[in-house]
Design a binder for this molecule. Structure first.
Ligand code: GUN
Length: 297
């Protein structure tokens, strides 16, 4: 079998077009331009690239962006003070603090300072609790993007066995919860899972989100499985590599996402959708997606 590629570039453009249309509606009917505030502390090169990407996406969708590039020595108290200002600012609809933060700043303290109604990353305990309980919420952008890609492949998760490799709060756990909402039977694997390969081989849908280049190889994949690669690992060759060994897995899977050009672009696009939702929620305007139902956009 030679897997079909689920093209993140095409799908992300579709999602951003949806966001751009929603921005027009909000502007024309409510006089509101959605605004995303992004805080970047320090000079991590990868984070700088990600934040620039977010700025570009905002511009492409007609979303206003305010990017605060703060020095690495910024104290936690200073960051919290900045967040308090943004939390109180009615013209700011979404707030995102780029992770990772410098070691002297506790990420949980910072995330907890984001009001749930502006939590477009879906990282706060309130958002996580709502997702767990199946309530409307901001869904973390990467898992939301993964589900979107599975749907775009025409695959219905209901009744399928989905295996998520990785248990982070940002990707693995919320991806598992979303798959559960879609009525998949879900297994979450992690570094202490014995015989990872055997578990992966039982997956109809396999999501790899561990940050280890090439971890998932063709012999670990069930023929015909849908494989979603969340990994973005910079190799010694300077190139980006996924958690999935593309060559061997694409010979076995039915669908596969590439790296680059896969989930990463969807993550950015979903952030745009969450931001317009945050703005729309203030108006009571129903955009017809995700505010009411966070799974089917
Ligand atoms: N760093 C890497 N991915 C993300 C993300 O999705 N959100 C934030 N805030 N930081 C990140």
């Amino acid at each position: 079998m030679s897997a079909k590629i689920i093209d993140g570039k095409v799908l992300a453009e579709e999602v951003k077009q949806m966001a751009a249309l929603a921005v027009q509606t909000l502007q024309q009917q409510h006089g509101i331009t959605p605004c995303l505030a992004v805080l970047l502390v320090g000079d991590d090169p990868a984070s700088q690239v990600y934040v620039r990407g977010k700025e570009n996406d905002c511009a492409a969708c007609g979303i206003a962006s305010r990017v605060y590039r703060l020095p690495a020595q910024t104290t936690q108290a200073e960051l919290l003070a900045r967040l308090a200002d943004l939390a109180a600012d009615d013209t700011v609809h979404g707030i995102l603090v780029q992770l990772p933060l410098p070691r002297h700043i506790a990420p949980d303290a910072v995330i907890n300072a984001i009001p749930p109604e502006k939590d477009v990353d879906g990282f706060t305990p309130v958002s996580a609790g709502r997702l767990l309980r199946g309530e409307p919420c901001f869904v973390p952008c990467t898992p939301a993007g993964c589900l979107r890609m599975i749907e775009a492949a025409g695959v219905c998760a209901e009744g399928k066995h989905a295996v998520v490799v990785g248990r982070s709060n940002i990707v693995g756990k919320p991806a598992a919860l979303l798959l559960l909402r879609h009525n998949a039977t879900v297994t979450v694997c992690h570094s202490r899972t014995p015989d990872l390969a055997a578990v992966c081989r039982t997956a109809d849908i396999l999501i790899a989100a561990v940050g280890k280049a090439g971890l998932i190889t063709g012999d670990m994949v069930k023929p015909g499985a849908v494989v979603i690669d969340v990994g973005i690992n910079r190799g010694a060759d300077g190139k980006l590599h996924g958690d999935v060994d593309f060559e061997s897995v694409s010979a076995v899977a039915s669908y596969i996402t590439p790296v680059p050009g896969g989930v990463g672009l969807m993550t950015r696009a979903m952030l745009m959708l969450n931001t317009v939702q945050a703005a729309a929620a203030k108006t009571g305007c129903d955009l017809g997606f995700s505010v009411k139902n966070p799974v089917r956009f």
